[in-house]
Design a binder for this molecule. Structure first.
Ligand code: DLL
Length: 426
């Protein structure tokens, strides 16, 4: 299977984007009453779109817009023509529902196959898919792409770590798919069973669904002997496979720009910022039929970089979401910044949790992190003191550091929960 689109010229790509944007804007305007109302309020019409810079005149779509349209108000086609629904977890209220036509599932399978190929999977490989199957887009999205690429897919889903290790070994998976935090839990399980992951056929992992740092990549590669590749996506825009790294370069996910038009905006003002500048990633879908989204605010913070393996642009590794940002004693702090400092110490693992409490008016920051192996108490004390100093140096905050023994911090089998905020709500 080849992917010639990846090699199209920049002129071809921009012409295709303009054509597809024009169609998508019209389709959203005609098919999605809530978006039409937003356009009318902003006094803009799809006919006003002539060139790429005109897109900035169109209103954004936010997660709240999708929630308000719950469950089916954002479908641009009759519900009967949807072959599948997915939904976000909805931990903070109503879930967000996304619908797919048969053509959408087909496009998604193609893009996920393209992502897997970029990430190093090849037809004939056994792919162990530990992304959760169900309403979450990770499991089924990756599954269809693996089949499309011509791989043998093991639909494992998350959980049952002992079984995960057994099947990775016995079936001979060359490629594994899961969240990076779960991969670390699987590394622990290999260790517990006394099995060297390098003795298995596993060579490549595509990881995503949560932020992870370069330190985490190095940790996974070191412990498991795989190439760790970054796979990005979000359900509102499609699911996994919106962007993916190339295994040869591992220099940030290439956005499949023939299907998703990216912009970066200032998260506070919504003003567009030029390529290279940091801000919030915004996507307009170019080929979705059941539920196109125009200028969807992802809340993911990154910047756009020029293409390397393709003319399509790359995004810098996402290190946080605007809604992940903690404000601790007035200082802005992302969990990934803490992760980076933890993983500088070879004695500490990537299993960690940040706990926030308040005494009187003051926030208390506690970082609980696991040692890789059982440490003597003076070594644990040294790691704790040094991590405290590095954090203080990085953001000026004093934190209490608790270095726990191996296995003491709860594992997640999907997206890791990094923050426990016990501060009273304002
Ligand atoms: O997490 C889709 C997915 C599944 C992507 C499997 C990759 C692999 P949602 O549940 O809608 O969809 O969550 C989307 O997860 O806005 C990011 O904040 C975060 N995210 C996804 N991939 C990455 C990544 C899936 N590679 C939200 N790096 C997104 C950092 C990621 N964050």
């Amino acid at each position: 299977m080849t992917f010639p689109e990846v090699k199209m010229s920049l002129d071809e790509l921009r012409a295709l984007q303009i054509r597809r944007l024009r169609d998508t804007l019209r389709q959203a305007y005609e098919g999605q009453a809530p978006y039409r109302a937003k356009c009318q309020a902003a006094d803009v019409h799809p006919d006003d779109f002539r060139e790429l810079k005109d897109l900035a005149r169109f209103p954004f779509t936010s997660k709240a817009d999708l929630r308000d349209a719950y469950p089916f108000g954002m479908l641009a086609i009759p519900r009967e023509q949807c072959v599948r629904l997915h939904a976000s977890s909805g931990t903070t209220g109503r879930p967000t529902v996304v619908g797919y036509s048969a053509r959408d599932i087909n496009t998604w399978s193609d893009l996920m196959a393209r992502s897997l190929h970029a990430g190093g999977a090849r037809p004939g490989d056994i792919i162990h898919n530990a992304f959760g199957y169900g309403l979450f887009t990770g499991g089924l999205g990756a599954h269809y792409g693996a089949e499309r690429l011509g791989c043998t897919v093991v639909p494992m889903s998350g959980g049952f770590s002992e079984r995960q290790v057994q099947l990775i070994r016995e079936f001979g998976a060359r490629v594994v798919l899961m969240t990076p935090s779960y991969m670390l839990a699987i590394a622990d399980e290999f260790e517990r069973q006394g099995i060297d992951p390098r003795s298995t056929a596993m060579r490549v992992g595509l990881f995503g669904a949560e932020p992870w740092t370069e330190g985490m990549r190095a940790e996974i590669e070191r412990r498991l002997g795989v190439d760790a590749v970054d796979l990005y996506g979000l359900s509102e825009v499609m699911g996994p496979g919106v962007a993916c790294e190339f295994i040869e370069t591992k220099d940030g996910p290439t956005i499949w720009e023939d299907h998703f038009y990216p912009e970066i905006v200032d998260p506070a003002s919504g003003t567009s910022v030029p390529d290279g500048e940091p801000g919030e990633l915004v996507f307009t879908t170019l080929t979705k039929e059941a539920m196109p989204v125009i200028r969807y605010r992802t809340r993911d913070l990154t910047r756009l970089m020029p293409g390397s393996a393709s003319v399509m642009r790359r995004m810098a590794k996402i290190t946080g979401r605007s809604d992940d940002m903690l404000i601790v004693r007035g200082v802005n702090l992302f969990p990934s910044q803490v992760e980076e400092q933890i993983l500088r110490d070879p004695a500490l693992s990537g299993h960690y949790v940040i706990e926030l409490t308040r005494t009187g008016a003051l926030d208390d920051l506690l970082v609980r992190v696991e040692a890789r192996a059982v440490l003597a108490s003076d070594a644990a004390g040294r790691s704790a003191a040094e991590l405290g100093q590095r954090l203080k140096g990085m953001c000026g905050l004093s934190a209490t550091i608790d270095v726990a023994g191996p296995g003491m911090i709860e594992r997640s089998m999907g997206k890791a929960r990094r923050v426990i905020d016990r501060r009273p709500k304002a």
